[in-house]
Ligand binder design. Sequence first.
Ligand code: NAD
Length: 456
Amino acid sequence: MNFQALHAKQQAFFHTNETKNISFRIEQLKKFKQLFDAHESELYSAIYEDFGKSEFETYISELSLLYHEINLFIKNIKRWSKRKRVSTGLANFPAKSYIIPEPLGVTLVIGAWNYPYQLSLLPAITALAAGNTVILKPSELPSRTAAVMAKIINSNFPENYFHVVEGDAETTTELLKHRFDKIFFTGSTPVGKIIYRAAAKHLTPVTLELGGKSPTFVLADCDIKMTAKRIVWAKFFNAGQTCVAPDYILVEKTIEQKLIEALIIEIKEAYKDSDDIDENYVRIINTRNFDRLAQLIDTDKVCFGGKVDREKRFISPTILQNISFDDEVMKDEIFGPILPILVYTNIDEAIAKVKALPKPLSCYIYSKDRKAIDKILKEVSFGGGAINDSVMHLSNSNLPFGGVGFSGMGSYHGKSGFDTFSHHKSILDKPFWFESSVKYAPYTKKKMALIKWLLR
Ligand code: NAD
């Protein structure tokens, strides 16, 4: 495909100003929603074929989020796109000041594979809602979901407005040679650095939604049963292939055994002790990731699960005990259904260990002790998180979603996404009927005194 031509077409269309029209944007969002609604069964089959994801998980973690955000945009873009008056100050009397949100132009959205619809389409529709054009490059790993998105979008939207390009790293490298007005990338930290470098050549602003090892603090005073229930859901949903999944648990030593017993009860309850893939449990995306994960299971440290089947790319929900920060499983983001349990006796030491690692995308704290919760919130830097829950913070579109440090930069969801894909143009607007002579030469002592008095 000729990316230069595609880019030029999108740029030309953007320059017609059509996308700045709010009713045009709302029409496109409505059309998008109707299309995806009409093709829902195709979307379910594609993702099931790619990695065994059920309709239930697909709806709650992908499609429902998309529909929710589209409705939010349809309801709010008129208001969010309005110029906003701000105060001016005496120095510029009698001017007024305002901020005009405007679209950036031609945007490139690069998706990750683990929630293939949500992670590609949510940023894409956000970019459209803010008035941009979009070239979307979904992950090539779930090939059927990439193909179904390309089919639906490319046969219903003109390529000069919204187009899906299928392909791998090589395709992305080609795309990145062009000067985009914004790049939105979701994926791993090492590839995030490649994207950042390529964007720098054109001074293109980037949002990087990356990963990391998200810690989960479990304090002695928590409700153990509820803690275990929420952690098990969050960790083994999508077979742990979730950027904000609890990567590991840091539990206070006095409740270690009780927590492990409760986790095992919850796993058995949710997955019926199944050693096979069923409707409720996702497969590992490919054999490369399967092999990487299987190697992380130190059989001497398995206290539950540990069943693997390479042919089916199946790894059962697995708990590892007696883990320290030196174990292999603690070196990188796990991104699979393996839950290491680390114990601590001193919360300050536990916090120091977490702070020695790169800043994570999320952090979870299970406790009723507000002082202890606030201490962790104050001391540990991370993208976002939850108290007495995991993962669910991302379902609230009033909470900007994004990382910090190695887990990313920038954010989206709801209004924060709209702002991410907008430039905020600042305007000072002055009439002709009055001008003070104070700032003009010749500079006198009297003027200096007046300026000091005015601007103090
Ligand atoms: P990845 O970095 O391997 O791939 C992401 C995208 O980059 C894909 O579209 C891929 O084709 C492209 N790509 C891969 N190598 C490239 C290269 N050398 N040059 C240019 N493009 C390249 O990530 P992944 O395996 O798809 O996803 C897993 C990672 O993403 C995990 O680290 C996870 O935590 C993170 N993630 C983050 C979020 C978030 O919202 N912060 C969400 C999901 C996943």
